[in-house]
Design a protein around this ligand. Structure first.
Ligand SMILES: [Zn+2]
Length: 410
Protein backbone atom coordinates (compact mmCIF):
# COMPACT_ATOMS: atom_id res chain seq x y z
CA UNK A 1 0.00 0.00 0.00
CA UNK A 2 1.16 3.55 -0.76
CA UNK A 3 -0.09 6.62 1.09
CA UNK A 4 0.24 9.81 -0.95
CA UNK A 5 0.41 13.11 0.94
CA UNK A 6 -0.58 16.29 -0.89
CA UNK A 7 -1.33 19.96 -0.28
CA UNK A 8 -4.89 19.29 -1.41
CA UNK A 9 -7.03 16.19 -1.97
CA UNK A 10 -10.19 16.73 -4.04
CA UNK A 11 -12.47 13.73 -3.57
CA UNK A 12 -15.21 15.55 -5.61
CA UNK A 13 -17.81 13.71 -3.50
CA UNK A 14 -16.97 16.13 -0.67
CA UNK A 15 -15.15 19.49 -0.34
CA UNK A 16 -11.37 19.67 -0.87
CA UNK A 17 -9.18 18.52 2.00
CA UNK A 18 -6.15 20.71 2.76
CA UNK A 19 -3.01 18.81 3.78
CA UNK A 20 -4.57 15.47 3.03
CA UNK A 21 -3.63 11.95 2.07
CA UNK A 22 -4.98 9.15 -0.07
CA UNK A 23 -4.01 5.49 0.36
CA UNK A 24 -3.82 3.24 -2.70
CA UNK A 25 -3.45 -0.52 -2.82
CA UNK A 26 -3.23 -2.67 -5.95
CA UNK A 27 -4.65 0.08 -8.15
CA UNK A 28 -7.63 0.93 -5.95
CA UNK A 29 -8.29 3.71 -3.45
CA UNK A 30 -8.38 2.33 0.10
CA UNK A 31 -8.96 5.46 2.18
CA UNK A 32 -8.27 9.18 2.33
CA UNK A 33 -8.34 11.90 4.95
CA UNK A 34 -6.71 14.95 6.50
CA UNK A 35 -3.39 15.02 8.29
CA UNK A 36 -3.56 15.81 12.01
CA UNK A 37 -2.04 18.90 13.69
CA UNK A 38 1.41 17.32 13.80
CA UNK A 39 1.25 16.52 10.09
CA UNK A 40 0.53 12.86 10.80
CA UNK A 41 -2.33 10.58 9.82
CA UNK A 42 -2.07 8.50 13.00
CA UNK A 43 -2.03 5.20 11.10
CA UNK A 44 0.62 2.52 11.63
CA UNK A 45 -0.19 0.11 8.85
CA UNK A 46 3.21 -0.23 7.18
CA UNK A 47 2.20 1.74 4.10
CA UNK A 48 4.92 3.42 2.06
CA UNK A 49 4.60 7.19 2.54
CA UNK A 50 5.05 9.41 -0.54
CA UNK A 51 4.97 13.18 -0.15
CA UNK A 52 3.77 14.72 -3.41
CA UNK A 53 4.32 18.27 -2.10
CA UNK A 54 2.50 21.24 -3.65
CA UNK A 55 -0.02 19.37 -5.73
CA UNK A 56 -3.77 18.92 -5.85
CA UNK A 57 -4.83 15.27 -6.17
CA UNK A 58 -8.08 14.67 -8.00
CA UNK A 59 -9.71 11.89 -10.02
CA UNK A 60 -8.75 11.53 -13.68
CA UNK A 61 -10.97 13.68 -15.88
CA UNK A 62 -13.77 12.54 -18.16
CA UNK A 63 -13.93 13.76 -21.77
CA UNK A 64 -17.56 12.88 -22.43
CA UNK A 65 -17.59 13.80 -26.11
CA UNK A 66 -14.95 13.59 -28.79
CA UNK A 67 -14.47 12.07 -32.26
CA UNK A 68 -11.01 10.50 -32.29
CA UNK A 69 -11.37 9.45 -35.94
CA UNK A 70 -11.45 13.13 -36.97
CA UNK A 71 -8.07 13.83 -35.35
CA UNK A 72 -6.36 13.94 -38.77
CA UNK A 73 -8.42 17.09 -39.48
CA UNK A 74 -6.53 19.06 -36.81
CA UNK A 75 -6.11 22.64 -38.10
CA UNK A 76 -7.66 21.57 -41.46
CA UNK A 77 -11.15 23.06 -41.10
CA UNK A 78 -11.05 26.84 -40.56
CA UNK A 79 -13.42 28.53 -38.11
CA UNK A 80 -16.79 29.57 -39.50
CA UNK A 81 -19.47 32.05 -38.55
CA UNK A 82 -22.21 29.72 -39.80
CA UNK A 83 -22.64 26.14 -38.65
CA UNK A 84 -23.84 24.61 -41.95
CA UNK A 85 -20.91 26.27 -43.76
CA UNK A 86 -18.59 24.55 -41.28
CA UNK A 87 -20.33 21.18 -41.81
CA UNK A 88 -19.87 21.57 -45.58
CA UNK A 89 -16.14 22.10 -45.01
CA UNK A 90 -15.93 18.94 -42.87
CA UNK A 91 -17.79 16.88 -45.49
CA UNK A 92 -15.40 18.16 -48.18
CA UNK A 93 -12.33 17.43 -46.03
CA UNK A 94 -13.49 13.88 -45.20
CA UNK A 95 -14.09 13.14 -48.90
CA UNK A 96 -10.43 13.92 -49.64
CA UNK A 97 -9.34 10.89 -47.60
CA UNK A 98 -11.91 8.20 -48.29
CA UNK A 99 -10.07 5.27 -46.62
CA UNK A 100 -11.20 5.39 -42.96
CA UNK A 101 -8.59 2.89 -41.82
CA UNK A 102 -5.65 4.45 -43.71
CA UNK A 103 -2.38 4.91 -41.84
CA UNK A 104 -2.73 8.69 -41.67
CA UNK A 105 -6.11 8.41 -39.93
CA UNK A 106 -5.03 5.63 -37.54
CA UNK A 107 -1.78 7.46 -36.70
CA UNK A 108 -3.72 10.62 -35.86
CA UNK A 109 -6.07 8.60 -33.61
CA UNK A 110 -3.07 7.14 -31.76
CA UNK A 111 -1.48 10.57 -31.24
CA UNK A 112 -4.82 11.96 -30.04
CA UNK A 113 -5.09 9.14 -27.50
CA UNK A 114 -1.58 9.87 -26.19
CA UNK A 115 -2.57 13.52 -25.83
CA UNK A 116 -5.79 12.54 -24.06
CA UNK A 117 -3.87 10.65 -21.38
CA UNK A 118 -1.16 13.33 -21.09
CA UNK A 119 -3.83 15.97 -20.45
CA UNK A 120 -5.27 14.02 -17.52
CA UNK A 121 -8.27 12.21 -18.98
CA UNK A 122 -9.15 8.78 -17.55
CA UNK A 123 -12.48 8.12 -19.26
CA UNK A 124 -13.57 9.01 -22.79
CA UNK A 125 -16.82 9.07 -24.74
CA UNK A 126 -15.75 8.59 -28.36
CA UNK A 127 -18.08 9.00 -31.33
CA UNK A 128 -17.21 7.01 -34.45
CA UNK A 129 -18.81 6.45 -37.86
CA UNK A 130 -16.15 3.90 -38.84
CA UNK A 131 -15.12 2.12 -35.58
CA UNK A 132 -11.47 2.79 -36.55
CA UNK A 133 -10.68 4.07 -33.04
CA UNK A 134 -11.66 0.81 -31.28
CA UNK A 135 -8.30 -0.97 -31.67
CA UNK A 136 -6.14 2.04 -30.69
CA UNK A 137 -8.42 2.79 -27.71
CA UNK A 138 -8.10 -0.79 -26.44
CA UNK A 139 -4.30 -0.40 -26.40
CA UNK A 140 -4.36 2.56 -23.97
CA UNK A 141 -4.95 2.88 -20.22
CA UNK A 142 -8.21 4.76 -20.88
CA UNK A 143 -11.67 3.57 -19.97
CA UNK A 144 -14.55 4.59 -22.15
CA UNK A 145 -17.48 4.08 -24.43
CA UNK A 146 -17.08 3.88 -28.19
CA UNK A 147 -20.37 5.07 -29.68
CA UNK A 148 -21.05 3.83 -33.19
CA UNK A 149 -22.83 6.85 -34.62
CA UNK A 150 -25.46 6.62 -37.35
CA UNK A 151 -26.25 9.41 -39.82
CA UNK A 152 -29.23 8.42 -41.99
CA UNK A 153 -32.02 10.83 -42.83
CA UNK A 154 -33.56 8.96 -45.74
CA UNK A 155 -33.87 5.18 -45.63
CA UNK A 156 -36.48 2.60 -46.56
CA UNK A 157 -35.24 0.16 -43.91
CA UNK A 158 -34.65 2.00 -40.60
CA UNK A 159 -34.70 -1.20 -38.52
CA UNK A 160 -32.28 -2.95 -40.88
CA UNK A 161 -29.83 -0.03 -40.70
CA UNK A 162 -29.74 -0.26 -36.91
CA UNK A 163 -29.59 -4.08 -36.85
CA UNK A 164 -26.56 -3.98 -39.14
CA UNK A 165 -24.90 -1.41 -36.85
CA UNK A 166 -25.70 -3.54 -33.79
CA UNK A 167 -24.07 -6.55 -35.47
CA UNK A 168 -20.94 -4.54 -36.20
CA UNK A 169 -20.46 -3.42 -32.59
CA UNK A 170 -21.38 -6.88 -31.27
CA UNK A 171 -18.33 -8.14 -33.18
CA UNK A 172 -16.11 -5.88 -31.01
CA UNK A 173 -15.93 -7.67 -27.67
CA UNK A 174 -16.23 -5.26 -24.72
CA UNK A 175 -13.80 -5.36 -21.80
CA UNK A 176 -13.92 -4.05 -18.24
CA UNK A 177 -12.58 -0.74 -19.55
CA UNK A 178 -13.90 -0.28 -23.09
CA UNK A 179 -17.55 -0.74 -24.03
CA UNK A 180 -19.54 -0.04 -27.17
CA UNK A 181 -22.96 1.42 -27.81
CA UNK A 182 -24.94 3.24 -30.49
CA UNK A 183 -25.41 6.97 -31.05
CA UNK A 184 -27.54 9.08 -33.36
CA UNK A 185 -25.79 12.01 -35.05
CA UNK A 186 -28.53 14.64 -34.61
CA UNK A 187 -32.30 15.13 -34.95
CA UNK A 188 -31.76 16.88 -38.32
CA UNK A 189 -29.65 14.07 -39.82
CA UNK A 190 -31.29 10.88 -38.52
CA UNK A 191 -34.80 9.82 -39.57
CA UNK A 192 -37.43 9.51 -36.80
CA UNK A 193 -37.76 5.75 -37.38
CA UNK A 194 -33.98 5.31 -37.17
CA UNK A 195 -33.96 7.27 -33.91
CA UNK A 196 -36.63 4.92 -32.58
CA UNK A 197 -34.73 1.81 -33.68
CA UNK A 198 -31.51 3.10 -32.07
CA UNK A 199 -33.28 3.63 -28.74
CA UNK A 200 -34.84 0.15 -28.93
CA UNK A 201 -31.42 -1.39 -29.60
CA UNK A 202 -29.79 0.56 -26.75
CA UNK A 203 -32.61 -0.41 -24.37
CA UNK A 204 -31.80 -4.09 -24.88
CA UNK A 205 -28.53 -3.53 -22.94
CA UNK A 206 -29.10 -2.87 -19.23
CA UNK A 207 -26.37 -0.21 -18.79
CA UNK A 208 -25.67 1.16 -22.27
CA UNK A 209 -25.59 4.95 -22.69
CA UNK A 210 -26.62 6.71 -25.90
CA UNK A 211 -25.54 10.02 -27.41
CA UNK A 212 -26.85 12.66 -29.80
CA UNK A 213 -25.79 16.17 -30.88
CA UNK A 214 -28.72 18.33 -29.80
CA UNK A 215 -29.72 22.00 -30.13
CA UNK A 216 -26.28 22.86 -31.47
CA UNK A 217 -27.07 25.53 -34.09
CA UNK A 218 -29.74 28.02 -35.14
CA UNK A 219 -30.00 26.13 -38.43
CA UNK A 220 -31.00 22.96 -36.55
CA UNK A 221 -33.68 24.83 -34.58
CA UNK A 222 -35.06 26.34 -37.80
CA UNK A 223 -35.10 22.99 -39.61
CA UNK A 224 -36.89 21.10 -36.82
CA UNK A 225 -39.39 23.95 -36.44
CA UNK A 226 -40.22 24.54 -40.11
CA UNK A 227 -38.33 22.07 -42.32
CA UNK A 228 -36.62 24.99 -44.06
CA UNK A 229 -33.28 26.78 -44.07
CA UNK A 230 -29.65 25.94 -44.89
CA UNK A 231 -29.85 22.40 -43.48
CA UNK A 232 -32.76 21.53 -45.79
CA UNK A 233 -30.76 22.88 -48.75
CA UNK A 234 -27.75 20.74 -47.79
CA UNK A 235 -29.86 17.56 -47.38
CA UNK A 236 -31.30 18.11 -50.86
CA UNK A 237 -27.86 18.75 -52.34
CA UNK A 238 -26.35 15.54 -50.97
CA UNK A 239 -29.41 13.47 -51.97
CA UNK A 240 -30.50 12.76 -48.40
CA UNK A 241 -33.73 14.74 -48.26
CA UNK A 242 -36.91 12.74 -47.53
CA UNK A 243 -40.02 14.41 -49.03
CA UNK A 244 -42.25 12.40 -46.67
CA UNK A 245 -40.63 13.92 -43.55
CA UNK A 246 -42.96 16.21 -41.60
CA UNK A 247 -41.34 19.07 -39.63
CA UNK A 248 -42.06 18.55 -35.91
CA UNK A 249 -42.74 22.28 -35.40
CA UNK A 250 -41.22 22.36 -31.91
CA UNK A 251 -37.75 22.74 -30.38
CA UNK A 252 -35.26 19.92 -31.04
CA UNK A 253 -35.40 18.94 -27.33
CA UNK A 254 -39.19 18.81 -27.30
CA UNK A 255 -39.19 16.78 -30.54
CA UNK A 256 -36.83 14.15 -29.08
CA UNK A 257 -38.58 14.13 -25.70
CA UNK A 258 -41.96 13.60 -27.40
CA UNK A 259 -40.38 10.81 -29.49
CA UNK A 260 -39.30 8.97 -26.35
CA UNK A 261 -35.62 9.27 -27.28
CA UNK A 262 -34.46 11.18 -24.21
CA UNK A 263 -33.92 9.84 -20.70
CA UNK A 264 -31.13 9.32 -18.18
CA UNK A 265 -29.15 7.16 -20.62
CA UNK A 266 -28.69 9.95 -23.13
CA UNK A 267 -25.81 12.41 -23.47
CA UNK A 268 -27.25 15.45 -25.26
CA UNK A 269 -24.21 17.16 -26.73
CA UNK A 270 -23.81 20.98 -27.14
CA UNK A 271 -27.17 22.55 -26.10
CA UNK A 272 -26.15 25.97 -27.45
CA UNK A 273 -29.72 26.77 -28.50
CA UNK A 274 -31.54 25.20 -25.54
CA UNK A 275 -34.26 27.31 -23.91
CA UNK A 276 -35.02 27.35 -20.18
CA UNK A 277 -38.02 25.11 -20.89
CA UNK A 278 -35.77 22.68 -22.81
CA UNK A 279 -33.31 22.53 -19.91
CA UNK A 280 -36.05 21.97 -17.33
CA UNK A 281 -37.39 19.13 -19.46
CA UNK A 282 -33.95 17.53 -19.69
CA UNK A 283 -33.40 17.96 -15.94
CA UNK A 284 -36.69 16.15 -15.28
CA UNK A 285 -35.73 13.34 -17.67
CA UNK A 286 -32.26 12.94 -16.11
CA UNK A 287 -30.53 13.54 -19.45
CA UNK A 288 -26.92 14.83 -19.29
CA UNK A 289 -25.99 17.90 -21.34
CA UNK A 290 -22.38 17.77 -22.57
CA UNK A 291 -20.84 21.22 -22.92
CA UNK A 292 -18.18 21.67 -25.66
CA UNK A 293 -17.87 25.48 -25.76
CA UNK A 294 -14.55 25.74 -27.65
CA UNK A 295 -15.99 23.69 -30.52
CA UNK A 296 -19.16 25.80 -30.53
CA UNK A 297 -17.04 28.92 -30.98
CA UNK A 298 -15.11 27.35 -33.85
CA UNK A 299 -18.08 25.97 -35.81
CA UNK A 300 -20.21 29.12 -35.70
CA UNK A 301 -22.82 27.55 -33.41
CA UNK A 302 -22.28 30.32 -30.83
CA UNK A 303 -21.70 30.30 -27.07
CA UNK A 304 -23.64 27.78 -24.97
CA UNK A 305 -25.74 29.18 -22.08
CA UNK A 306 -23.56 27.56 -19.40
CA UNK A 307 -25.08 29.54 -16.50
CA UNK A 308 -28.58 28.49 -17.61
CA UNK A 309 -27.42 24.85 -17.71
CA UNK A 310 -26.45 24.95 -14.03
CA UNK A 311 -29.43 27.11 -12.95
CA UNK A 312 -31.84 24.57 -14.45
CA UNK A 313 -30.45 21.70 -12.38
CA UNK A 314 -29.72 19.60 -15.48
CA UNK A 315 -26.72 17.26 -15.24
CA UNK A 316 -23.73 18.77 -17.06
CA UNK A 317 -20.66 16.93 -18.35
CA UNK A 318 -17.71 18.26 -20.39
CA UNK A 319 -16.42 17.30 -23.84
CA UNK A 320 -13.69 18.70 -26.06
CA UNK A 321 -15.39 17.57 -29.29
CA UNK A 322 -12.94 16.60 -32.06
CA UNK A 323 -9.63 18.09 -33.16
CA UNK A 324 -11.46 19.28 -36.29
CA UNK A 325 -13.13 21.96 -34.14
CA UNK A 326 -11.02 22.19 -30.95
CA UNK A 327 -7.32 23.12 -30.66
CA UNK A 328 -6.50 20.20 -28.33
CA UNK A 329 -8.09 17.48 -26.18
CA UNK A 330 -7.34 19.23 -22.88
CA UNK A 331 -10.46 19.01 -20.68
CA UNK A 332 -8.89 21.53 -18.24
CA UNK A 333 -8.86 24.06 -21.12
CA UNK A 334 -12.50 23.27 -21.92
CA UNK A 335 -13.41 23.85 -18.28
CA UNK A 336 -11.51 27.16 -18.28
CA UNK A 337 -13.65 28.27 -21.24
CA UNK A 338 -16.78 27.28 -19.30
CA UNK A 339 -15.51 29.35 -16.34
CA UNK A 340 -14.99 32.37 -18.64
CA UNK A 341 -18.53 32.02 -20.03
CA UNK A 342 -20.11 31.38 -16.62
CA UNK A 343 -18.39 33.39 -13.87
CA UNK A 344 -21.19 32.79 -11.33
CA UNK A 345 -21.15 28.97 -11.51
CA UNK A 346 -19.27 27.54 -8.50
CA UNK A 347 -15.88 26.10 -9.41
CA UNK A 348 -16.85 22.94 -7.51
CA UNK A 349 -19.77 22.41 -9.93
CA UNK A 350 -17.47 22.74 -12.96
CA UNK A 351 -15.02 20.21 -11.50
CA UNK A 352 -17.91 17.86 -10.69
CA UNK A 353 -18.98 18.09 -14.36
CA UNK A 354 -15.46 17.25 -15.59
CA UNK A 355 -15.25 14.16 -13.37
CA UNK A 356 -18.25 12.61 -11.61
CA UNK A 357 -20.99 13.73 -14.02
CA UNK A 358 -19.13 12.50 -17.08
CA UNK A 359 -18.32 9.16 -15.45
CA UNK A 360 -21.94 8.69 -14.45
CA UNK A 361 -23.28 9.59 -17.90
CA UNK A 362 -20.94 7.08 -19.55
CA UNK A 363 -21.77 4.34 -17.02
CA UNK A 364 -18.32 4.30 -15.36
CA UNK A 365 -19.20 5.84 -11.99
CA UNK A 366 -18.63 2.59 -10.07
CA UNK A 367 -14.90 2.91 -10.83
CA UNK A 368 -14.20 6.52 -11.84
CA UNK A 369 -15.25 10.13 -11.26
CA UNK A 370 -14.50 10.55 -7.53
CA UNK A 371 -11.86 9.56 -4.96
CA UNK A 372 -13.67 6.99 -2.82
CA UNK A 373 -12.66 3.66 -1.27
CA UNK A 374 -12.92 0.89 -3.84
CA UNK A 375 -12.66 3.08 -6.93
CA UNK A 376 -9.84 2.82 -9.47
CA UNK A 377 -6.86 4.91 -8.36
CA UNK A 378 -6.47 6.69 -11.71
CA UNK A 379 -5.58 9.92 -9.93
CA UNK A 380 -3.99 13.18 -11.07
CA UNK A 381 -1.41 15.25 -9.20
CA UNK A 382 -1.67 18.84 -10.48
CA UNK A 383 1.20 21.16 -9.58
CA UNK A 384 -0.11 24.22 -7.71
CA UNK A 385 1.70 27.33 -6.46
CA UNK A 386 1.12 26.51 -2.74
CA UNK A 387 -1.53 25.30 -0.35
CA UNK A 388 -2.98 28.74 0.48
CA UNK A 389 -5.07 29.08 -2.66
CA UNK A 390 -8.70 28.60 -3.63
CA UNK A 391 -7.80 25.27 -5.15
CA UNK A 392 -11.09 24.71 -6.98
CA UNK A 393 -10.97 28.14 -8.61
CA UNK A 394 -7.33 27.56 -9.51
CA UNK A 395 -8.12 24.27 -11.26
CA UNK A 396 -10.96 25.72 -13.38
CA UNK A 397 -8.86 28.69 -14.48
CA UNK A 398 -6.67 26.75 -16.92
CA UNK A 399 -4.13 24.02 -16.14
CA UNK A 400 -1.14 23.71 -18.46
CA UNK A 401 -0.05 20.26 -19.66
CA UNK A 402 3.29 20.48 -17.80
CA UNK A 403 1.41 20.78 -14.48
CA UNK A 404 -0.37 17.45 -15.01
CA UNK A 405 0.99 14.10 -13.78
CA UNK A 406 -0.58 10.73 -12.98
CA UNK A 407 0.28 9.62 -9.46
CA UNK A 408 1.20 6.12 -10.62
CA UNK A 409 3.92 7.69 -12.83
CA UNK A 410 5.51 9.46 -9.82
ZN1 LIG B 1 -19.53 15.92 -31.86
Amino acid sequence: MIRYHAAWILPISEPPIRDGWVAVDRGRVVAYGALGPAGRHGLADGAREVDLGHVAVLPGLVNAHTHLELSYLRDEVPPSSEFVTWIRAVIAARRQRPDPSGPEIVGAVERALEETVKYGTAVIGDISNTLVSFGPLMRTSLAGVLFYELIRFNTSDPVGVVEEASRRIAALPPTERVRTSLAAHAPYSVAPLVLRAIRQAVDRHPFAPCSIHLSESEEEVEFIRSGAGPWRVLLEEIGSWDPAWVPPGVTPVQFLADSGFLDARVLAVHGVQMTSADLERLAALGTTVVACPRSNGHTGAGAPPIEDFYKSGVRVAVGTDSLASAPDLNVFAEVATMRALAPTVPAAALLDSATRQGARALGFDADYGTIEPGKVARLLAIAIPGSRIDVEEYLVSGVEPDQIRWIDDI
